[in-house]
Design a protein around this ligand. Structure first.
Ligand SMILES: *[C@@H]1O[C@H](CO)[C@@H](O)[C@H](O)[C@H]1NC(C)=O
Ligand SMILES: *[C@@H]1O[C@H](CO)[C@@H](O)[C@H](O)[C@H]1NC(C)=O
Ligand SMILES: *[C@@H]1O[C@H](CO)[C@@H](O)[C@H](O)[C@H]1NC(C)=O
Ligand SMILES: *[C@@H]1O[C@H](CO)[C@@H](O)[C@H](O)[C@H]1NC(C)=O
Ligand SMILES: *[C@@H]1O[C@H](CO)[C@@H](O)[C@H](O)[C@H]1NC(C)=O
Ligand SMILES: *[C@@H]1O[C@H](CO)[C@@H](O)[C@H](O)[C@H]1NC(C)=O
Ligand SMILES: *[C@@H]1O[C@H](CO)[C@@H](O)[C@H](O)[C@H]1NC(C)=O
Ligand SMILES: *[C@@H]1O[C@H](CO)[C@@H](O)[C@H](O)[C@H]1NC(C)=O
Ligand SMILES: *[C@@H]1O[C@H](CO)[C@@H](O)[C@H](O)[C@H]1NC(C)=O
Ligand SMILES: *[C@@H]1O[C@H](CO)[C@@H](O)[C@H](O)[C@H]1NC(C)=O
Ligand SMILES: *[C@@H]1O[C@H](CO)[C@@H](O)[C@H](O)[C@H]1NC(C)=O
Ligand SMILES: *[C@@H]1O[C@H](CO)[C@@H](O)[C@H](O)[C@H]1NC(C)=O
Length: 621
């Protein structure tokens, strides 16, 4: 289809570009699909970026574009530098001073509502090292600021050291601390050397694309893709463990290789396999960086325990003991460790490990864990067959079929029309297990059961997204990423698009957000003012994170990127490298969609238009 786009080659990339520091460059040089959709790509055209605007700290309003306002006069005076999008890396400031000595402070935040003389929270110390702070997260997670010093008047420059690499921020507050009343500081330049996507010299060289007649959906697709880039990091920039109680350090070693996919840009900066359940399919259809994925999986396998279990998270965090996250590592392979926990008489997985995304004790025959086991068995069967072991594939397939029957028999609530949280008489019908039942095919996609589950899931919807019953007051774009794909699996594009617009649309258009990435989770603030919502997240331990600890660039929330490509455009690989594939568009209320991605076999591309007021369509692939 090259002829279609030859007249549309806008945006030639002319700036000199480079990979991160001494990293060997191995990324693509040019986008695989050049075209006007590149205007929606948030990724900067250079690894060295500068702010877009200068804001007043007092009221967060724009004082001038950058370069512009630049004077700090007197102790405590400050200016906020807005990069316009999420960035991350090493900041340098050139400045000159008159008068006495003092310090230039730098404080970082992803969200606009946390601009100030201290950074938003990233270090992960929930007061554990200081009993008097335990439970008081606003104090316990004190990232604070970092400082350049000057001893007298003159020209100065300050560059952050590598351990202080700040993984994700949009706003940088620069402030002056001085004891002498006549000290003034003039900011001459501010820049950030981007650390993420370290092996790419051209950060905009995506191997996939998406374009439609809905501008909000286009931005949402690209905000997922850009989030995944910010999560693909140099292997020696993981968060240091044990967590610091003050400040931050991103000097942990995560894996072999040069680049690795972590959960979030600001934090945790660790490999989390559960997150990869959403992040990897979206990576595949957008940026196409599978090197980071390979290194992340390799680090999980390198740290497998003697009993067969995997850690819940990669090094240096190496949190242990989660059965569900064990399986997320396996989706992609150590079946017996977990299958040995399937017990008679119910024939369900009896979870003995701790923790999951929403639960501290998953407990007993938790339904979501059984859905993930079903997925582990069916993907294991495909892998066994691709590896030429048909008998092993058949064993896993048979186990999956029996498990599906047992899940339905013991955990489906016929009266309500959706799955319960476990096999007991509970009234909780979780968003995760029900979304996964549809997406993973535990229930047939044409069954009345599937239709009922899809409808019951909408009971959780608020104007700003789906409030998850298993983690009250929270909206989880992670689990909603499964939900939208669940609706699409049974042909309910209307529901999927509606939920994408409510939830991801709310964040992308939020004046306090990054306007370029996807957020880890947010709060409904109770039923009385559901329309407002706020940044914050109540985690599985049942307490609120420090609200500024929330990650605003978290790949586990990037589900719309793969969902729009695989189900709305309708182009999806079904065999290794795309040796087999399917094209099955779902129009929803859209009139024009095109997109594509690249595998080792080459480019896959499709496009469709709905015409004659919805009475006809044209498509090509
Ligand atoms: C915001 O604060 C700055 C600095 O204090 C001031 O100059 C400006 O007028 C204020 N803008 C608004 C809209 O209040
Ligand atoms: C300078 O300003 C900072 C931040 O407002 C404040 O904490 C400090 O006490 C001030 N120092 C002096 C000498 O006034
Ligand atoms: C943005 O943050 C400001 C400052 O905290 C707050 O007053 C405002 O309500 C927030 N806006 C939204 C839409 O959340
Ligand atoms: C714990 O925090 C309190 C309050 O900031 C502080 O006074 C105390 O020195 C801290 N203790 C330790 C052991 O760091
Ligand atoms: C101000 O003076 C105090 C006391 O001498 C000193 O501890 C502090 O570091 C000074 N602050 C700056 C910014 O120079
Ligand atoms: C990383 O930084 C922390 C905090 O400064 C320090 O304690 C630790 O030793 C550093 N680790 C390495 C490997 O340099
Ligand atoms: C790194 O590579 C070495 C050599 O191949 C291997 O022994 C080790 O397990 C790998 N470590 C990780 C974390 O992948
Ligand atoms: C079943 O689920 C409910 C709701 O989440 C929970 O309160 C209960 O503890 C669970 N029971 C078991 C045995 O895990
Ligand atoms: C099932 O798991 C629970 C912990 O969730 C454990 O107490 C119990 O012993 C297990 N049941 C069996 C039969 O192993
Ligand atoms: C889970 O199911 C197994 C049988 O499959 C049973 O032994 C176990 O007691 C159940 N656990 C709970 C907590 O109900
Ligand atoms: C299939 O896998 C099983 C279990 O790992 C193994 O015992 C068997 O030898 C394999 N068969 C073939 C043909 O590779
Ligand atoms: C869709 O419509 C656009 C604009 O009319 C046209 O350029 C494109 O070729 C059409 N695509 C298909 C697949 O019909």
């Amino acid at each position: 289809m090259a002829s279609l786009y030859s007249i549309l080659l806008l945006l030639p990339v002319t700036l000199a570009q480079s990979c991160w520091r001494d990293t060997h460059c191995s990324g693509p040089l040019e986008p695989a699909f050049p075209g006007p959709w590149e205007a929606n790509n948030y990724s900067p055209s250079s690894r060295n970026v500068r702010p877009r605007d200068v804001l007043a700290l007092a009221n967060a309003s724009i004082i001038s574009p950058f370069p512009g306002a630049s004077s700090l006069v007197g102790n405590g005076s400050a200016l906020v530098f807005d990069f316009g999008i999420e960035v991350g890396g090493i900041v340098s400031v050139d400045y000159s001073t008159t008068g006495g000595s003092g310090r230039l402070g730098l404080a970082f935040t992803e969200a606009k509502n946390w601009i100030g003389l201290t950074s938003d929270s990233s270090n992960g110390d929930f007061g554990s090292s200081n009993a008097s702070l335990r439970g008081n997260f606003d104090q316990a997670c004190n990232d604070g600021a970092i400082y350049g010093q000057f001893s007298g008047p003159g020209q100065h420059s300050y560059t952050m050291d590598l351990p202080h690499l700040r993984g994700g921020f949009r706003y940088l507050t620069l402030f002056l601390l001085t004891n002498s009343t006549d000290t003034a500081l003039e900011i001459n330049d501010v820049s950030c050397e981007i650390g993420f996507q370290p092996t790419w010299s051209n950060l905009r060289a995506y191997s996939g694309y998406w374009h439609s007649n809905d501008e909000d959906l286009n931005k949402i697709w690209y905000s997922g893709a850009y989030t995944l880039q910010t999560n693909s990091v140099p292997i020696n920039t993981g968060r240091w463990i044990p967590a610091l109680s003050q400040g931050w350090a991103n000097n942990g070693t995560l894996s072999n290789g040069s680049t690795v996919i972590v959960d979030g840009a600001k934090r945790d900066r660790a490999v989390w396999p559960g997150d990869m359940g959403i992040a990897v399919p979206s990576t595949f259809v957008s940026i196409g960086d599978l090197d980071s994925v390979l290194n992340a999986l390799a680090t999980m396998y390198a740290h497998q325990n003697f009993d067969g279990s995997f850690p819940e998270a990669g090094p240096p965090l190496l949190q242990q003991g989660s059965d569900t996250y064990h399986m997320w590592t396996m989706i992609g392979f150590a079946m017996e460790y977990v299958y040995n926990k399937v017990l008679e008489p119910l024939g369900l997985l009896n979870v003995t490990g701790t923790r999951d995304w929403a639960r501290s004790q998953t407990g007993g025959n938790n339904t979501e864990a059984n859905m993930i086991l079903y997925r582990t068995l069916t993907t294991g069967a495909s892998l066994a067959e691709w590896a030429g072991n048909t008998s092993l594939g058949a064993t896993y397939t048979a186990r999956a079929e029996i498990l599906a029957t047992n899940i339905l028999e013991h955990t489906y609530d016929i009266g309500y029309g959706a799955f319960k949280d476990n096999n007991t008489d509970t009234a909780l019908h979780p968003q995760d297990a029900n979304s996964m039942a549809l997406l993973f095919g535990v229930v047939s996609n044409t069954s009345a059961t599937a239709k009922s589950i899809s409808e019951r899931l909408t009971d959780n919807w608020t104007p700003i997204g789906a409030e998850t019953p298993e983690l009250k007051n929270n909206i989880s774009p992670f689990i909603s990423s499964f939900e939208i794909q669940g609706h699409l699996t049974i042909g309910r594009a209307d529901r999927a698009l509606d939920l994408i617009r409510r939830s991801w649309g709310w964040y992308l258009n939020n004046p306090n957000g990054t306007a370029s990435t996807v957020i880890e989770g947010y709060l409904t603030n109770g039923k009385s003012n559901r329309l407002e919502g706020s940044f914050g997240y109540r985690n599985y331990r049942g307490y609120n994170y420090d609200t500024s600890y929330v990650s605003h660039s978290h790949g586990w929330s990037s589900g719309p990127t793969s969902a729009l490509t695989n189900y709305i455009l309708g182009l999806e690989v079904t065999g290794p490298l795309g040796s087999t594939w399917k094209f099955a568009p779902q129009f929803g209320d859209l009139t024009s969609v095109e997109g594509g991605f690249t595998t080792g076999l080459g480019k896959f591309q499709a496009a469709w238009n709905v015409t004659n007021g919805g009475r006809a369509y044209s498509a090509e692939w």
